[in-house]
Design a binder for this molecule. Structure first.
Ligand code: ADP
Ligand code: ZN
Length: 706
């Protein structure tokens, strides 16, 4: 009998439920049909081909261009007792022979290949295999229009045609409409069905900070991480030099930080990555090469030190934060220099037009004055009906004003400087600055000199960028970024056409107005015992060293946290932990349960009385309702705990939960009923109008105050 996808999900991978679309995709594949899977990073794409691979009798071929990732994925599969191998340029000829041997003997369920290897062996031994499914990961690489085009991918078409009866699955996290069409054509998918899961990652807050000078940027970042001590985060930089600079700066401020870039040797890179995964290093400053192959669930924030090249890359990178579903912050810094630099790169590269177009979209996003998540998601073809409430624009909605005069001042400044100068000099002239450049240029004689004294440099820059965005000014990057007036700008200057501008908001103001993150608790997290969690992490680390695999391959953070909250000590309890399948149970179950048992022994005498537990949570600022949910108790019980703590002399503002009128009503009833300490008669005396918990609180207040 065929094992069902759901039972494999549970016994092999240790998960209880499919994520949206996974089951449909699996079923379609089992019917032998082609699929196109578009899901965000971390969405669970791999499961879609891994489960059919375990059901089919034969081999599944997985094509992926990410050689570094292949090894991890194969290790992860093996950790779950699955027969997986990889075949790419990183293995020796002898290893190659071993893999081929196993494949020919039918001992491999999933074989990962790089596209170039696949092409080179597709006419030799690969032809002999009983291939049942082909998964093309990172399928956007086949599209010339994508940002990550790999020529080898285009040859996959031949491979596809050699296996007309085998289902193909294309998977990617990034493909706009035209790229999707291209991918389907290039891979000759037949009657394929498109599966798109939502790309909205609601737990990620989005913030963009434009035109921040370098020194200020470093200070802001230092302050940002200072507020997040002990939490993991990634800072993405454009250049290797930058990663080292930023890391040094933060190190001087006493942060746990390392840099990571392609110029380091592989061992060093491996070490930095492992230390990050194991929480030994909290912050990584990296070029974009970092993060591709890691499944670290507790990255709490991501900062972009420079403008990313396109929205696809940006979304993928911020997506590395908050995979556990908890609130996480992202912040993007950009300035015009990044933009100009990239534009120049794009100039000489292949696909120059396309790259520039994507870069422009990136810039538009950065400069947007409307909900950023809406813009981002609409780029990926998803349309939000409401503003998100979790981006900087939503938190500080722009306020506009009639900026016509202000615009005219700037425009006339540009005109009088013969459209030859850039933004800095223009602002200095408008503000009547006395610096050397203004002097040597002679611009202090202009009529516009000093007409904008009352506005700060920062605000002027913001306004001028707004004028550029509205198409009144053009920035001529090819001419030293000189500002030119467009026909629309001339209309404003000469004919008084109205202009709307919005007030700039400073970083400090934003910080001040920032809402406290909503606490989104993981459904299955419960209360994690931090000491036990730390011990479990230690055990995981030592196993990962012994077996020479990354720690998360043993168990991911989410599994360890669940262990530290549910304290499983029997095999069945252990299997109920998310991410624990049969194989991991057998391999590691005893060792982990041993730690948990010891912990329980030691922890027992310290059991905190239930009233005190409630009181402690209340002290932390939780509301009675929140405490009730957390402790899985009645709200009435919580109030009785609080009343008791109050009677014992603890400092609780109980009066906030009842009105003065209620207290005096209860007092009267209490007196009339001969001051008997029973709630029910009072409840009835008051016509069943006052809830029990309010009566209890009132009594507590009455008695302690007497
Ligand atoms: P993607 O390839 O889309 O970036 P992965 O396939 O690596 O994502 O999956 C991300 C994480 O989610 C992995 O740790 C995976 O084990 C986990 N995962 C996948 N499907 C499920 C599921 N149904 N329930 C719980 N976790 C899942
Ligand atoms: Zn928003």
């Amino acid at each position: 009998m065929m094992t069902s996808p759901h039972s494999i999900l549970k016994t092999t991978f240790g998960y209880d439920e499919f994520r949206p679309l996974q089951e449909e995709i699996i079923n379609r594949t089992l019917e032998g049909k082609d699929s196109f899977v578009l899901m965000p990073t971390g969405g669970g794409k791999s499961m879609c081909f891994q489960i059919p691979a375990l059901i089919f009798e034969g081999i599944t071929i997985v094509v992926s261009p990410l050689i570094s990732l292949m090894k991890d994925q194969v290790q992860a599969l093996r950790g779950n007792g699955i027969k997986a191998d990889f075949f790419n340029s990183s293995i020796s000829p002898q290893e190659e022979n071993e893999v081929i041997d196993r494949a020919m003997k039918g001992e491999i369920q999933l074989l990962y290949l790089s596209p170039e290897k696949l092409i080179s062996v597709s006419n030799t031994w690969l032809k002999e295999l009983n291939i049942k499914l082909v998964a093309i990961d990172e399928a956007h690489c086949v599209s010339m229009w994508g940002h990550d085009f790999r020529p080898e991918y285009t040859q996959l078409k031949v491979f596809r045609n050699s296996l007309p009866e085998v289902p193909f699955m294309a998977l990617t996290a990034t493909a706009d409409k035209s790229a999707r069409k291209d991918i389907e054509e290039q891979l000759e998918l037949k009657d394929s069905k498109l599966f798109i899961s939502s790309f909205d990652r609601k737990n990620l807050s989005i913030e963009v900070r434009g035109m921040v000078p370098k020194k200020q940027k470093l200070q802001e970042i230092s302050r940002f991480v200072e507020n997040k001590r002990g939490e993991s985060g990634i800072i993405y930089c454009l250049s290797r030099k930058n990663t080292e600079e930023v890391a040094d700066y933060l190190k001087e401020d006493g942060h746990s930080v390392a840099f990571y870039h392609a110029g380091m040797n592989p061992e060093e890179r491996e070490r930095v990555q492992t230390e990050f995964i194991n929480d030994e290093t909290k912050i990584i400053v990296a070029t974009i090469a970092f993060g591709m192959g890691i499944d670290k669930s507790n990255v709490r924030w991501v900062i972009h030190y420079n403008l990313p090249k396109n929205l696809e890359g940006y979304y993928q990178e911020i997506g590395r934060a908050g995979r556990d579903g908890l609130p996480s912050e992202t912040r993007l810094y950009y300035n015009m220099r990044d933009f100009v630099l990239y534009s120049q790169f794009a100039e000489d590269g292949a696909n120059s037009g396309m790259q520039k177009e994507k870069l422009n979209r990136m810039l538009q996003f950065a400069e947007a004055k409307s909900c950023r998540r809406k813009i981002l998601l609409s780029y990926f073809g998803e349309h939000l009906t409401k503003d998100c409430g979790n981006c900087d624009v939503c938190e500080n909605p722009p306020k506009d004003f009639d900026g016509t005069i202000l615009a005219q001042k700037a425009l006339s400044g540009i005109a009088r400087m013969q459209e030859k100068e850039g933004i800095t000099l223009l602002i200095n002239v408008l503000r009547g600055s006395n610096n050397a450049e203004v002097h040597s240029s002679g611009y202090f004689n202009l009529k516009t000199y000093g007409v904008g004294k009352d506005i700060s440099f920062f605000d002027w820059r913001d306004y001028i960028v707004q004028l550029a965005n509205q198409g009144l000014i053009e920035i001529m990057y090819a001419e030293g970024s000189a500002l030119k007036i467009t026909p629309l700008g001339w209309e404003v200057l000469k004919e008084g056409k109205k202009v709307k501008l919005t007030y700039p908001v400073t970083a400090e103001e934003k910080e001040k107005r920032k809402k406290k993150p909503k606490v989104v608790r993981m459904v299955d997290e419960g209360e994690v015992n931090q000491d036990l969690f730390a011990e479990l992490k230690k055990l995981r680390y030592s196993i990962s060293r012994e077996e020479n695999v990354p720690a998360y391959i043993v168990f991911n953070d989410k599994s360890l946290k669940q262990m530290a909250s549910e304290l499983p000590v029997t095999e069945n309890q252990f299997l109920a932990i998310s991410g624990v399948g049969m194989n991991k149970m057998q391999e590691y179950g005893e060792e982990f349960m041993e730690v948990i048992r010891n912990f329980k022994q030691v922890a027992k005498p310290k059991k905190i009385p239930t009233t005190l537990q409630t009181f402690n949570l209340f002290q932390e600022g939780k509301s009675p309702e929140e405490i009730a949910t957390l402790r899985e108790l009645n709200v009435a019980t919580i109030f009785s705990h609080l009343s008791q703590s109050y009677s014992e002399g603890k400092n609780i503002d109980l009066a906030q939960f009842v009105t003065k009128e209620v207290v005096s009503k209860v007092k009267n009833a209490f007196d009339e009923l001969d001051r008997k300490m029973e709630l029910k008669p009072i409840y009835e005396h008051l016509g069943e109008q006052v809830p029990y918990h309010e009566i209890r609180i009132s009594l507590t207040l009455i008695l302690r105050d007497e």
